[in-house]
Write a protein that binds this ligand. Sequence first.
Ligand SMILES: [Zn+2]
Length: 62
Amino acid sequence: MGDNQNLKCLLCEESCQEGLVILGCLICYDCEEKIVRTRVSENDYILYMSKIKKIWEVAITN
Ligand SMILES: [Zn+2]
């Protein structure tokens, strides 16, 4: 956990130093908040869930 220089949010791909870590992938707090709020916005929810699904696929194949 020494290399924090190149962390990027999985969803918005902005560089960020901290956030929600799921299986070694980082989601910035902004995106985390969006995910939490996307119950109202179904299109965003589908977009984010499809990206999160990729995390799981990577985790499984690794
Ligand atoms: Zn983000």
